[in-house]
Design a protein around this ligand. Structure first.
Ligand SMILES: [Ca+2]
Length: 214
């Protein structure tokens, strides 16, 4: 009887210890991947992505607005408004509409981005006449001068996915305006930019589902 009680106690102790020590293991497991966290929450070496679906984006004011938070990510925008009309290309109910000359750029300098992906297309009421419009994905290490890392002039009026493989571009080295070369360790701002000034036609670019992966 004594041995039975003793063995029972030993089993209980082992089970209790296993339960206690399994807790941090479980938390560690569920700690990654993480979605929709602020950049400041990034852990070193952690796989991480920020998704911006614009569903809560309500801006109707043209011009420059700095430090507007969209889906937990801070952006500086110019001529970019909430897009929810029947002519706007979107997933869900809302996307962003960059009107003629404008941009969406990360407020913060981001380090270690492996890809910058988004869905985009020209609004359905954009004219298709004249010179093909161009949009750019650009990076900057000073917030003043931007280097093109991707350009596209396809005349598409459907919401199409585009992914900029920053990891490969950064590994190869991107020349910065100050003659330095960006690497994966260089803090960079990321900008989607359109300039319709040369075309003289009204074209607006819808952008939705920006996914910044690390
Ligand atoms: Ca959306």
């Amino acid at each position: 009887m004594f041995k039975l009680v003793r063995n029972l106690i030993i089993v209980l102790v082992i089970v209790s210890m296993a339960t206690v020590f399994s807790v941090p293991v479980a938390f560690a497991y569920f700690d990654q991947p993480n979605y929709n966290e602020n950049v400041s929450g990034l852990q070193s070496g952690e796989w991480w992505a920020s998704t911006v679906d614009f569903e809560s984006f309500t801006n109707t004011t043209s011009g420059i607005i700095n430090g507007i938070t969209i889906n937990n990510t801070s952006f500086d925008i110019n001529n970019t408004v909430a897009a929810a009309t029947s002519n706007d290309l979107k997933n869900g109910t809302t996307s962003a509409r960059i009107e003629q000359i404008g941009y969406i750029v990360t407020t913060n300098y981001l380090t270690g981005v492996s890809s910058y992906a988004f869905n985009t297309g020209w609004t359905l009421d954009s004219t298709t006449a004249g010179a093909k419009p161009m949009f750019y994905v650009q990076v900057s290490n000073n917030g003043l001068d931007y280097t093109d890392v991707y350009t596209n002039n396809e005349r598409h009026q459907t919401l199409d996915p585009f992914t900029v493989d920053m990891a490969s571009l950064l590994t190869a080295g991107i020349a910065m305006p100050d003659s330095s070369t960006a690497t994966s360790a260089t803090p960079l701002k990321y900008r989607i930019y359109i300039d319709e000034s040369a075309s003289k036609y009204t074209r607006n670019l819808n952008v939705d589902d920006i996914v910044i992966s690390y």
